[in-house]
Design a protein around this ligand. Structure first.
Ligand SMILES: [Zn+2]
Length: 281
């Protein structure tokens, strides 16, 4: 290891600066959303089988809720613009804007060049959890999604019910796409209910048993017309291992709610980002 310089401690003592102060981020009108939700009616529901995924559609201005049923279970969520699959959830930028884990008031942002909120979290029954003594918290945007390629790399296996494959099959089935094309649309997820962090000593990504219990939910307001896909991860509550059939797994419930007519008359979907895309040329 390199010999530390004489002023090493001084350099380490420099205080951090927040990369993206959020004071100028467009704020969601949560009171308006809550008022609209109070008069909303359920219009659809979908049960996601364990170790599998299903797609669901949510129109702009509707709400969707992901609920734990039967037993502790984490879910891997993908979102696309329902009219243009090239606009999809951007985990990395969402992390840069809101931090490693999401909760009420945070938004799921879309890829360039749109970079706009796709969905806003309006309710989170696990918001009490905070950050535990290990540095763990729930609903992360630091993981990717369990996948057969990493399993092959690390242990030589070929497990077909990882979230990546589940999401790929679900999208291919719904849209009638060849598997390879559907796979190219699958992206890094919001890890719903998953409890994760980075170890303090080695900086490694860790998971631990999710605090989610049946009845817990995470609810979103759809800012644009959305196509969603949710995988009930083969890791179950992610207390031990994923990418295998070893963990106890449970279904997840997705419900869609439509506000009463007129409830959102003062609201319009967010426009795409205003940058002119000339990139200095
Ligand atoms: Zn998974």
């Amino acid at each position: 290891m390199t010999q530390p310089p004489d002023d090493a401690e001084t350099r380490r003592a420099v205080p951090p600066v927040i990369c993206y102060p959020t004071a100028t981020l467009p704020r969601p009108d949560l009171p308006l959303y809550r008022a609209a939700r109070a008069g909303a009616m359920k219009v659809a529901e979908r049960l996601i089988p364990p170790r599998d995924a299903r797609c669901f559609e949510v129109a702009a201005g509707q709400f969707f809720r992901i609920t734990s049923v039967q037993g502790p279970q984490v879910g891997d969520l993908n979102l696309w613009n329902a009219r243009d699959l090239s606009e999809r959830f951007y985990s990395g930028k969402t992390r840069a804007l809101h931090g490693t884990h999401l909760s009420t008031g945070d938004r799921m942002w879309s890829t360039f060049p749109a970079l706009r909120p796709m969905a806003t979290i309006v309710a989170d029954t696990l918001d009490w959890y905070g950050i535990d003594s290990f540095g763990g918290a729930v609903h992360d945007v630091i993981g990717t999604r369990c996948d057969p390629y990493t399993g092959r790399l690390l242990s030589g296996t070929a497990y077909h019910n990882c979230c990546h494959s589940n999401l790929t099959r679900a999208l291919a089935t719904l849209r009638g796409l060849p598997l390879a094309e559907a796979e190219s649309h699958v992206h890094d997820v919001l890890n719903v209910f998953m409890c994760t962090g980075f170890t303090r000593d080695t900086g490694q990504y860790f998971m631990k048993a999710s605090p989610v219990r049946p009845g817990d939910y995470l609810e979103f307001f759809a800012e644009i017309d959305l196509l969603g896909a949710l995988s009930a991860c083969p890791g179950g509550d992610c207390s031990a291992e994923h990418s295998s059939d070893a963990a106890a797994c449970h279904p997840l419930l997705v419900e869609v709610f439509a506000p009463a007519p007129g409830a959102l008359d003062s609201w319009t979907p967010p426009p795409v980002n205003g940058y002119d895309r000339s990139h200095g040329l």
